[in-house]
Design a protein around this ligand. Structure first.
Ligand code: BGC
Ligand code: CA
Length: 201
């Protein structure tokens, strides 16, 4: 081999090595670039699967609520947020009225807002409400066990009075023309009644 030919061969060899090296560097750079771009786009990508799952669950929940509301309306309940109310069309004793409400998955109405008091009064009928002092005379309690607060009550003037020393242990709407319409009455008297079912707070 001549000197000229051997130096050309060496140059070619070097060119091949350098080219291969460059190719390796390029490949590595492309790899890193691709990984970086994938990572950053992943970070910004919304989690569609989670979003769809969430929306489906919310939809199911709404469907359940709608069919519940539909059922109550069909059965003649009236909605006054956050409760449904059932207004009886017959008369029963306080306990029988309460049992009717319990059977409907509700209880006798508890009045703890001015709106509820107005609602109960508007029917202009003798109506049982869910308060009693059967347990301890003079200690009025709602059917959920909470106290009837003196700071929030609508007893008519002079009531509750256990009239003529009779046992008047159950609460009713009596003086419906007056905002302060509550009266205590013997529990075995027959009255209309209102059931309440709380559905949303
Ligand atoms: C009722 C009592 C009430 C009284 C008031 C009676 O007819 O039974 O509960 O307190 O009237 O005058
Ligand atoms: Ca009374």
């Amino acid at each position: 081999m001549t000197l000229d030919a051997s130096s050309r061969k060496e140059k070619l060899y070097r060119l091949v090595v350098v080219s291969f090296g460059l190719l390796c560097i390029l490949q590595a750079a492309a790899n890193i670039g691709l990984r970086l771009s994938l990572y950053s786009s992943n970070a910004r990508m919304p989690d569609f699967e989670a979003i769809i799952k969430n929306l489906t669950e919310e939809g199911e929940d709404l469907k359940r609520k709608l069919s519940l509301f539909d059922r109550y309306f069909q059965e003649g309940w009236v909605y006054l947020r956050p409760s449904f109310y059932y207004i009886s069309s017959s008369e029963k004793s306080w306990q029988e009225s309460r049992d009717d409400c319990l059977q409907r998955g509700a209880d006798l109405m508890i009045i703890n807002s001015k709106e509820e008091q107005e609602f109960a009064r508007q029917f202009k009928r003798l109506t049982w409400i869910g308060c009693t002092d059967r347990e301890t005379e003079g200690v009025w309690k709602w059917v959920d066990g909470t106290a009837v607060k003196t700071s929030f009550s609508y007893w008519h003037n002079g009531e509750p009075n256990s009239y003529q020393s009779k046992e008047e242990d159950c609460g009713e709407i009596k003086y419906y023309e007056d905002e302060n319409s509550w009266n205590d009455e013997p529990c075995n008297k027959k009255n209309f009644w209102i059931c309440e079912k709380v559905v949303a707070q």
